[in-house]
Design a protein around this ligand. Sequence first.
Ligand SMILES: Cc1cc2nc3c(=O)[nH]c(=O)nc-3n(C[C@H](O)[C@H](O)[C@H](O)COP(=O)(O)OP(=O)(O)OC[C@H]3O[C@@H](n4cnc5c(N)ncnc54)[C@H](O)[C@@H]3O)c2cc1C
Length: 483
Amino acid sequence: MIFAVLAAAAGHRVTVLERLPFVGGRTSSLEAGGFRFDLGPTFFLYPRVLEEIFASAGADLNSSVPMTRLDPQYRLVFGAKEASCSTHLDATPDIARMEQEIARISPSDAAGFKKFLAENRDKLAAFQGCMQSPFTSWSDIITPKMLGLLPHLKPHLDLDKYLQGFFKDPRIRTAFSFQSKYLGMAPFRCPSLFSILSFLEYEYGVYHPTGGCAAVTAALADLARSLGVRIKLHEPVTGMTFEKKRVTGVTSVQQSYRADAVIMNADFARGMKRLVPNELRASWTDQKIAKKKFSCSTFMLYLGVMGLFLACLITRFASLPTTKKIYRKSTSINRHTQIHLSTFRIACVTDPTLAPSGKSTLYLLAPVSNQLAKTDWKTEAPRLRKRLLQEAAALGYEDLEKRITFEKIITPDDWEADYEIHLGATFNLAHTLPQMLHLRPQNRFKDISGLYLTGGGTHPGSGLPVIFESARITTRLMLEDMG
Ligand SMILES: Cc1cc2nc3c(=O)[nH]c(=O)nc-3n(C[C@H](O)[C@H](O)[C@H](O)COP(=O)(O)OP(=O)(O)OC[C@H]3O[C@@H](n4cnc5c(N)ncnc54)[C@H](O)[C@@H]3O)c2cc1C
């Protein structure tokens, strides 16, 4: 949708074909019984990129979607099943209060916070250019500028090891590393570069868009329409048309369209396998895709309940040895459905528009294996549901089950079948170093002229502000190519 806005603002005629009856994909909402839940991301980071995108199309993000900065950003609960044995940390962007929070758990770690912020401020400034540029080959990497970034990149360190330089207590490190779950990765495997995710939260804030994150994609669609973009909902693309090595258009369930350029935002691996013949994509054949690493998936429980809750956003971690053991195994091909981390979002605390009066929305998320684990979700789903309700009870929501008036579960199999996500890997291709920069699918697809890619499975990567950058890069490349 961002591509559509930017290309239309630059004077191009754009048609968006969307297979679902609504826009937003993973950043859409589920609505039922007067409740509205964010389907995927439940809060927003670094709105600056989006503000710039709205501004470049002559619009204003904040008047289109008012955003509330959360403080505390969230509560992290560490430890045992019994609430009385657990510790919590209320993460706040207020530096003095955050130092006090850290000191309450680990006094000697409080001084690491400012050091962490300072180092990551430099790191983000150094890397911003990478996130805004296309990378096409090694020659884009082996440049004096890129080599100058190596001291920041620290390729020999994973995120947890990197944080050991600032914080001794593993609970404090968890507070600054669990954000790797936004990429579907464990901190023990995630490159240290991604410490910028937690930095972004503290430096630029965690926001709740009024109406939920789906309000942002809906506002983008409104903006696109106001610029003349045709958005055709419920119209799946079934293939593309080609002349030799050039794409000439797409075919949908309803009709064929000719196009000077085709931009694919469908899940990269799924879109390639379904829409582009294998023989036309030497760099991303089915065999090559099969060898890639994919992120974990998520098990979701969306509950509409009677009564009002006070907490807003809580992430609860299992006891530390359990967390570490599961995280260590937690690759894309893991075989666990044990919960080591669960997120509870009660967004209606911040935004009463999301639930009927006197009722609450609860969003419960547990990261789990993607479909490579071959889990039987028919038997596993009821077990995990029970487990998540036990987790909720440990947080004090003991009578939750009796209060449920609406309930929906989404498993990795549902992500795959209903949302067309390869392996149900909700966070796309993993962000390992061999799958980043020019080694990630590039925004200008080099095997087929006229075909461009955007979305979490492409450069620069997954996570919302980063995906927005991918759409900006794609637009720039297409505009350059079309003169
Ligand atoms: C439960 C969950 C929690 C998450 N939490 C976070 C978070 O906290 N922070 C964060 O940064 N990220 C989070 N993410 C990840 C984030 O949602 C995704 O990375 C991002 O939304 C992906 O955007 P995308 O444009 O690449 O794909 P999508 O949003 O999936 O968009 C692809 C679009 O293409 C459409 N499409 C697919 N195939 C076709 C076809 N054949 N024809 C026509 N249309 C088609 C789809 O319907 C969809 O609208 C979360 C994801 C999930 C599922």
